[in-house]
Design a protein around this ligand. Sequence first.
Ligand code: ADP
Length: 262
Amino acid sequence: QKLRAASLPKQKKIPGVKHIILVASGKGGVGKSTTAVNLALATSSLDRHVKVGLLDADIYGPSVPTMMNLDGERAKINHEKKIIPLNNYGLMCMSMGFLIDKNTPVVWRGLMVTSALQQLLSDVAWGELDYLFVDMPPGTGDAQLTICQNVPVSGAVMVTTPQDIALHDVRRGAEMFKKVKVPILGVVQNMSVFLCPNCGHKTHIFGEDGAKRLSEDTGIQVLGDIPLNVTIRETSDAGTPVTASSPASAEAEAYRQIAKLV
Ligand code: ADP
């Protein structure tokens, strides 16, 4: 253990970045990327003086390019050999998807993960940012540790569905963050309720009040609920995140309320 710790690089601030906020989940498919994108956009919409960036640290399955309508874009390098982030909807974005081809085999990506992550953490010319949101890879593995050990993190937002399995994973994630001294800012309960667009009936497809129970057990604050909603799915997949494309919608408001608490 000691040997490993001694050989690890020390935490280094990302130049110009005031706060790094991780958006994490214990498992994939719970809506972590959707939440990261909308939370970052909501944060920048709350105050036009606040500068926000989004780093897609999901090396295996980067979704930020699609969700931010930047698919197929390539990042350029500046004269200081730093990677220039791409910008859409007023949000600075960086993703592995801007650096390598979508069809690069996963095995090769695996070998590159640590060095690729380190590069994404240290070699991007963000300029001045108040908040850098990081869309984390799902789970609690080496990639998560690499991030926490390389840069000083202000806090983590955990995303979960109300299902037991997802909640177990959040507990595990919370334990990991505790070990690396990253404060948990709270949990977002995604896909909390489905409101039938035809009859208005509410269905708790993934169970009810899971995050509330988690919060009672662990003391982690529930930051808010995001409903299971076709608008969120469609806008997310179409590269027009609801917070940017329909700022007056109830969904966008839900993300803004969470952003205020973060
Ligand atoms: P993760 O990053 O956890 O793997 P994603 O954010 O990629 O999850 O979401 C997985 C899928 O679920 C995407 O197609 C996304 O559009 C959809 N999705 C996420 N959150 C919601 C929601 N609240 N309502 C409807 N669909 C959602």
